[in-house]
Design a protein around this ligand. Structure first.
Ligand SMILES: Cc1cc2nc3c(=O)[nH]c(=O)nc-3n(C[C@H](O)[C@H](O)[C@H](O)COP(=O)(O)OP(=O)(O)OC[C@H]3O[C@@H](n4cnc5c(N)ncnc54)[C@H](O)[C@@H]3O)c2cc1C
Length: 92
């Protein structure tokens, strides 16, 4: 069983993955149906990201995020999540 399952590999999913793995959780998988990076990959010019004074494309901005996450152990599975089922454990 996974410690954390993340659906979506945009900035939010990658950030969750980074914090979870860096925080010490071992089995963390991010389920992303396509290339990690999310919608911001469609932006040709980003100029509002704090701490990044140079204008860059979303593709360039996101390029290093997956690599940084995988360095801490985040697994990316390229799959579309179709359904989520709530698991109820009866053990105490
Ligand atoms: C054209 C455009 C330009 C933009 N420009 C800027 C900008 O200049 N500056 C700025 O700050 N913000 C910009 N934004 C906004 C920015 O893209 C979003 O704020 C940001 O992407 C939100 O990140 P997120 O991770 O929450 O969601 P998303 O980026 O939407 O990521 C969600 C991810 O989940 C995946 N996913 C969804 N459902 C499933 C499923 N069922 N199974 C598997 N994977 C799934 C998707 O493929 C996607 O990769 C722009 C957005 C667009 C569309």
């Amino acid at each position: 069983m996974l410690d954390v399952a993340i659906i979506g590999g945009g900035p939010a999913g990658l950030t969750a993955g980074l914090y979870a793995t860096r925080g010490g959780l071992k089995k963390v998988t991010m389920f992303e149906r396509g290339m990690p990076g999310g919608q911001i990959m469609n932006s040709s010019e980003i100029e509002n990201y704090p701490g990044v004074p140079t204008v860059m494309s979303g593709m360039d901005m996101m390029a290093s995020w997956p690599e940084q996450c995988s360095r801490f152990g985040l697994i990316h599975e390229m799959i579309t999540i179709e359904k989520i089922v709530r698991f109820v454990s009866w053990t105490k």
